[in-house]
Design a protein around this ligand. Sequence first.
Ligand code: CAA
Length: 705
Amino acid sequence: MTSQPVSVQITDGVAHVRMDNPPVNALGLALREALMDALAELEHNDDVMSVLLIGQPKAFSAGADITEFGTGTSSPTLPELVARVEDFPKPVVAAITGVALGGGLELAMAAHARVALTTAKLGLPEISLGLLPGAGGTGRLPRLVGPEKALELILGGKQIPAEAALQDGLVDAVLDGGSDAGSADSDGGSGFETEAARWTAEFAASGGPMRTQDRTDKIADAAAKPGTVVELAATALRKVKDPFAGKAAVEAVTAGVEKSFERGAVVERAKFQERLKSSESAAQRYLFAAERAARKPRNLDPAAARDVKQAGVVGAGTMGGGIAMALVSAGIPVTVVEAQQEALERGLGMIEKNLAVSVSHGNRTEKQAAQQRALITGTMDYADLSDADLVIEAAFEDLQVKKEIFAKLDQHVKPQAVLATNTSYLDIDEIASGTEHADRVLGMHFFSPANVMPLVEVVRGAQTSPEALATGFATARRIGKTPVVVGVCHGFVGNRMLGVRSRQAEQLLLEGALPSQVDDVLTEFGFRMGPFAMADMAGLDIGWRNRKAQGTTAPIGDALCVEGRFGQKTGAGYYSYEGRDRQNDPEVEEIIERVSAEHNMTRRGISDDEILERLLFPMINEGARILEEKIADRASDIDVIWVKGYNWPAYRGGPMWYADQVGAAVVAERLTHYAEATGDESLRPASALQRAADVGGSLTGASSS
Ligand code: CAA
């Protein structure tokens, strides 16, 4: 019996119900209907003793169909399907290959038992979409793994490997499935499926099904002591990416643990619907699509990418070390070049230390760290890069230094090697001009710490070849980063927009604000840190040096540097510090007032609303210019850059999405107002913004439903 997208095959009393809805078995209406139909037939089939619910090698199921969210969900809904599975009169076992995520895991949790392939990953990533699990997950997960683990999974949104799921009680067995694990064999099954079927038959023979919702052992303590769930959630809630969805999830878990499964389900459903309609979830669903769009840059042929078997990194400083760590963590051997033995040893020592820290945090096993360590070689000889397929230069941010390095690289690497610079601001074309093969040069702008931060701006130079661009892009993907293709300009997309914001922040101090007021407005908006706290962390001397090199000034930033206030590292910057604890400093206030007076400014009280507009609207304006100049392919690429590289709160979608929510007309009108009030002509709306304002149009072209 077959019915797309579900096929059923009955072998030795076990009905193999296979979901086949590419690419990721999203539980859209057609799949839900087909599963309901299959269950209806199997219920009354006397040949069937038990049911094995299985997906495809890549995915058991990635959950609810995200594309259905805007349109409303028709019956059978996912909660209806999940209830049908749990109440099915014959034992149902979920056999998990690939991923079981969101509604996919909720479906599996409603089965009477779960087995997973060794390589499977499980998780509830709804929080990343501004949602909470909506098909019983907030009730069933605590019953399987206890409230603490459940909250960790629901609020963190992370995927866990099968083995950890077994330890936690989320799955009942991990099967390795032999050599053909997960892949289909001649009769459409697999070694894993055969083992899972055997397991299912034994499970069915050993007793009747137990509904997950009826289990109480793991929640008994928390149920007996109201307030436990809220207490357990406190730490995770402070770090949660979407505090609104986080709070809603905690309410649902609390009701499910402290009252009853049914009561929890009612709260869960109501909160899920509320979050689904929220602007925060709309923003994050937009970002989900934006990230996937950024993976398909215009005019980039993925097939042109060269295989990178060996990489090189020039510079063993913080960035070079981080990039080397990112490369080896994906199994790519790296040769690190430094000019001086001492710098090389210091750099390799730092990598060593970071690997040890990562082991102590549980992010790598000792074995993985040892394997990765073995892939790193240090040298002072450029000739050792002769095997490299890709070299990433991460030396001092100085055009002349970089040009010399590229000229040297050009002589030592093989002709087809791709050369990338990790510059944050400099002109890639100028760097490439120092080589004989400018076509193999591109930018790969990583963010610090490079082994942690996901964003890489992949910069297409005027002469960058399709092969070089595709190789840089593919390598960034391979090492688990989020690459976004951008064009050449000062600071590319992210730093160019950041520069505009920094200028406004400085100007606000001159006009009457204090650092803490400006920073608080941005943290209230959702950033983890405001511009001044961030500058103190990065070190004020870096910006000072850059300004001096470019002949520009930031009167207050410069005045602080003159006083030796370089930020956290000197214990004083825009704030004073005891360790990392920042304090407002009256001395800073005096410096600000003095510099204001020197600039003939009459200080005034500035409202939080004005601060927010003055910081964000000029960035949006710069984003519009970036689009006009075709430095970014799409507005959504700019948003991905800001969310992944600069901690723009995901639930606010990114600057261009935010502009659409405020309305282009409002943004343009306020910018015109500030241009006139401050005399700063750069604040005049860019033509792309003004056009959108005039026609009531959108910058992202995305709808917020
Ligand atoms: N619904 C609809 N489409 C989905 C989807 C989903 N849940 N998950 C992935 N897709 C689509 C992607 O948009 C992509 O489409 P395009 O090829 O058109 O770009 C395609 O499937 C492949 O996805 P990826 O490019 O992301 O492939 P990947 O191999 O890098 O990652 C994945 C696969 C890990 C499953 C990843 O896609 C993912 O994390 N998906 C989202 C999972 C998720 O958030 N699930 C929760 C849904 S909400 C829910 O379930 C609510 C509830 O409780 C009722």
